[in-house]
Design a binder for this molecule. Structure first.
Ligand SMILES: Cc1ncc(COP(=O)(O)O)c(C=O)c1O
Length: 390
């Protein structure tokens, strides 16, 4: 009998973590490494949010809460979905969990059965693939490399089989930063209704969209495409929008039956999300978020600078991302796959990037521009020098 269950043994170790650990060790050893690995904004959590958490502690709001979240936060989530996403969810149609990742985990566990299929557009955020597999289902991967890293409804339609249970939609995407075009989004919604599959709409980067483009929540199309709301679970988190990655609050809206099953699972696994963080999230969702304009402006400047410089390098080609805070250049002209490129770049140029292999794109690497302009300039100088020497 083996020590580790087949289920746990089947979880792929992350190559990303190995590289991140190496970069950290180099820094600890006093080596001047420029890190482009960050998956979180470099801004601090705003003070009014921190103050709400401090008040929660001082008020003794430090005990168990209902497992699916406090009613006032659920209400704030319903209001947020209505105000910003034009979706009507009732209190029993939303759930608060311990971060967006936990929300997604719960969804996969309650929706997917053994032998079912989940359509996953690549490049994808690494966690989805493992969560699908952990739930016993099969990821059916669509490669968007030939369509400019953009998801098309035609590609989704090709991937649909009688076993398709759901599609994962991430717009803007991590790692590509691309958003789905409105026309394609409508067609995808029509396909979901026609073939009766669920859509997990991961909208954690919804506020970070540039060039005047707009985010559209697929569930909000219900008045035109009847039935899409009942087939969608809209996922969000305070992590990226409010720079609250460490606070661990994610949330979602969806059909009451699915939410109830998720709450049930959550009540036997994590219980409630941190009581203090829930109060902080409540402040985040119910206060003005003017600060976002400045954050977005800073990200936008860095985005343009980074992508323009990357495209001037002889062996790198980079599509201009439309959202999030990642650039996802193709480095295949160096003759290297993503792991070799990443390892050599770290060893020879002291720059840490994330290999695309885990994201289902072995010709690419991911660079986060959630770091200072000074570091971006310095890091890009080093990458340029590295490429020139190849
Ligand atoms: C696309 C996407 N969805 C969800 C998450 C989860 O965010 P968190 O669990 O920090 O709320 C991340 C984090 O990197 C992400 O990139």
């Amino acid at each position: 009998m083996s020590m580790i269950s087949k289920r746990a043994a089947g979880i792929a170790p992350s190559v990303t973590l190995a590289i991140t650990a190496k970069a950290k060790q180099m820094k600890a050893d006093g080596i001047d490494v420029i890190g482009f690995g960050a998956g979180e904004p470099d801004f601090d959590t705003p003070d009014h949010i921190k103050d709400a958490a401090i008040k929660a502690i001082k008020d003794g709001f430090t005990k168990y809460t209902p497992s699916g979240g406090i009613p006032e936060l659920k209400k704030a989530v319903c209001d947020k979905f209505k105000r910003e996403n034009h979706i009507d969810y009732k209190l029993n149609e939303v759930l608060i969990s311990c971060g967006g990742k936990h929300t997604l985990y719960n969804i996969m566990e309650v929706l997917l059965d053994h032998g079912q299929e989940a359509i996953l557009p690549a490049p994808f955020w690494v966690t989805y693939e493992e969560q699908i597999k952990m739930a016993g289902a099969k990821p059916v991967i669509i490669d968007t490399a030939k369509t400019g890293l953009k998801l098309t409804a035609a590609a989704v339609e090709k991937a649909v089989t009688s076993k398709t249970k759901l599609l994962i939609l991430t717009s803007p995407s991590n790692p590509t930063g691309m958003i789905i075009d409105e026309k394609e989004l409508r067609k995808v919604a029509e396909l979901a209704v026609k073939h009766n599959f669920y859509v997990i709409s991961d909208e954690v980067y919804e506020f970070l969209i540039y060039d005047g483009k707009k985010h559209i929540s697929i569930a909000s199309l219900d008045s035109e495409i009847k039935g899409i709301k009942d087939l969608t679970i809209t996922v969000n988190a305070v992590s990226k929008t409010y720079s609250m990655t460490g606070w661990r609050i994610g949330y979602c809206g969806g059909p009451a039956e699915i939410i109830k099953a998720m709450d049930n699972l959550q009540s036997h696994s994590t219980s409630n999300p941190c009581s203090i963080s829930q109060k902080a999230a409540l402040a985040a969702l119910t206060s003005p978020n003017d600060f976002l304009k400045d954050w977005k402006k800073a990200f936008d400047e860095r985005r343009k600078y980074m992508v323009e410089r990357l495209n001037k390098m002889k062996c790198i080609k980079c599509i201009m991302p439309e959202g999030a805070f990642y650039a996802f250049p193709d480095v295949s002209r160096t003759g290297m796959k993503s792991m070799e490129f990443t390892e050599r770049l770290l060893d020879e140029a002291k720059v840490a990037v994330v290999p695309g292999k885990d994201f289902g794109a072995d010709n690419n690497v991911r660079l986060s521009y959630a770091c200072s302009m000074e570091n971006i300039k310095k890091g890009l100088d080093r990458i340029e020098e590295f490429c020139n020497k190849l």
